[in-house]
Design a protein around this ligand. Structure first.
Ligand code: ADP
Ligand code: ZN
Length: 213
């Protein structure tokens, strides 16, 4: 099963992708996570990417396309994968199609998670992530038992660099301009499914499952 999760920042792509990964035992490939790890490692890729990420802009296409091409050719992707945060531009989508074509493969379903801008801002501005296990919390909807500490592993919680109002607004603009046109792109290909990303994580997950099965 080869899936793409589309949707604005804060739509819950990462959360749903993790649940799909556990259910279907196929890898979750998040360009955002790969890039953040490269920043943490102070790798050449990370040093370059950080300049764009910190201001809410997209990392150049050739950089992320290269990452994805390499990743989806790995053995653990043979039974399928979930792309979370990629593609984000028409050029990325075209290159992905080309690469899959060369591999004799296709994307089965594109799930578009729909959510309002207001909701996105409050979700992202209140969110914190465990630095050790990646667990996610929210000051209102899912607060940790002790402030700043992960319930599951005791790790330290931190806000993402780019989860401040100014950068969130910029990411939403970039989404509208560069990523939203992908809906039309995949609609034409006939594999776009739209899911309302309102409600609990479990409610949204069951809607997603309806679309992928
Ligand atoms: P979100 O969807 O919440 O904005 P991500 O973790 O997917 O967050 O991405 C964080 C940042 O990483 C983006 O704002 C962008 O700078 C960069 N990034 C991630 N994926 C891509 C991509 N496919 N193309 C270009 N830049 C990307
Ligand atoms: Zn943790």
């Amino acid at each position: 099963m080869r899936l793409i999760l589309l949707g604005p920042p804060g739509a819950g792509k990462g959360t749903q992708a993790k649940m799909l990964k556990d259910k279907f035992c196929i890898p979750q490939i998040s360009t955002g996570d790969i890039l953040r790890q490269a920043v943490k490692d102070n790798a050449e890729l990370g040093i370059k990417a950080k300049l764009f990420m910190d201001v809410g802009q997209l990392v150049p296409d050739d950089v992320v396309i290269g990452l994805i091409k390499e990743r989806i050719k790995q053995a653990d992707c043979e039974a399928g994968f979930i792309l979370d945060g990629f593609p984000r531009t028409i050029v990325q989508a075209e290159k992905l199609s080309e690469t899959l074509d060369e591999m004799g493969s296709v994307i089965d379903t594109v799930v578009d998670l729909e959510v309002d801008a207001d909701e996105v801002i409050s979700r992202l501005a209140g969110r914190s992530t465990c630095q050790d296990c990646g667990g996610m919390f929210h000051e209102e909807s899912c607060p940790p038992k002790a402030a700043g500490i992960c319930d599951s592993c005791g790790g330290t919680l931190a806000q993402r660099q780019d989860d401040n109002t100014e950068t969130i607004l910029k990411r939403l603009d970039v989404y509208q301009e560069s990523t939203a046109p992908l809906k039309q792109f995949y609609k034409k290909q006939g594999n776009l499914k739209t899911v309302t990303a309102r409600g609990s994580v479990e409610e949204i997950f069951s809607r997603v499952l309806e679309m992928v099965k």
